[in-house]
Design a protein around this ligand. Sequence first.
Ligand SMILES: NC(=O)c1ccc[n+]([C@@H]2O[C@H](COP(=O)([O-])OP(=O)(O)OC[C@H]3O[C@@H](n4cnc5c(N)ncnc54)[C@H](O)[C@@H]3O)[C@@H](O)[C@H]2O)c1
Length: 253
Amino acid sequence: MEKLLNNKIALVTGGASGIGRACAFALVEEGASVAVCDRNEEAGTRVVDEITSRDGDAMFCAMDVAAVDSVNAGIDAVIARYGRINCAFNNAGVAGDDRFIADTTDAEWEKIIGINLTGVWSCLRREIQEMLPRGGGTIVNTASVAGLVGWRGGAAYSATKHAVVGLTKSAALEYARHNIRVNAVCPGVIETPMAAVLQQDTGGLRERLLRKHPQGRFGQAEEIAEAVVWLFSDRSSFTNGHTLTIDGGYTAR
Ligand SMILES: NC(=O)c1ccc[n+]([C@@H]2O[C@H](COP(=O)([O-])OP(=O)(O)OC[C@H]3O[C@@H](n4cnc5c(N)ncnc54)[C@H](O)[C@@H]3O)[C@@H](O)[C@H]2O)c1
């Protein structure tokens, strides 16, 4: 069967772990070459080594999405190696400290805004600049169910994810005529290293969150990767500015 992303060059931020890692493998499986961009060089290089050991094509790109110079240098390296970017998954992100607003420091707020919002902004802008002269491309941003509803104990996180939804819709409106589609995925709780804290939880948080997922379980990173592959492919050619919830029914209530 024809692969969905043959000859495509894909960039994945946060590609060293969790959702980004699963996505990197899924993209290669569909024929893409992948730039695994992350601030964790050791884990990112392991992902690339694993892909190349299976005859896939990938490169590691050291990138701190919170630093615009690092984003630009990283994307320069991807262009130097592959000459273009067809698909970009702006996915790197961090969770907060699980504190209410009155107990949240400015430093914590700035850290989350810097990575989850400014990081997506800097990547998105540069990717669009690269795609425009080359006839277009597709972009997917990782928001969250916390980008659609509030999150007790995660106001800063939720604010960044709501903002990512706004950036996604605005970018889709601005560049639809330039053959650039921009969509977002909104995962529910996914069992990745970010959610590992739930495995050790004894205070009832895990149970409370499970009850919010009508399917009675958390999601797997591969279930998000499936959606990202589809959003990158021509099979979703009329899907634009969309926020795709992949949450086991969390936001259906
Ligand atoms: N796991 C969940 O339950 C869940 C739910 C909804 C949304 N999300 C979102 O999905 C995305 C991926 O999360 P995950 O669960 O795979 O987490 P993860 O912790 O497994 O992976 C995140 C990756 O991002 C990288 N990263 C963090 N800060 C970075 C920076 N400044 N520059 C470059 N790379 C950086 C980390 O090194 C790591 O490899 C995040 O945006 C997160 O907010 C996760």
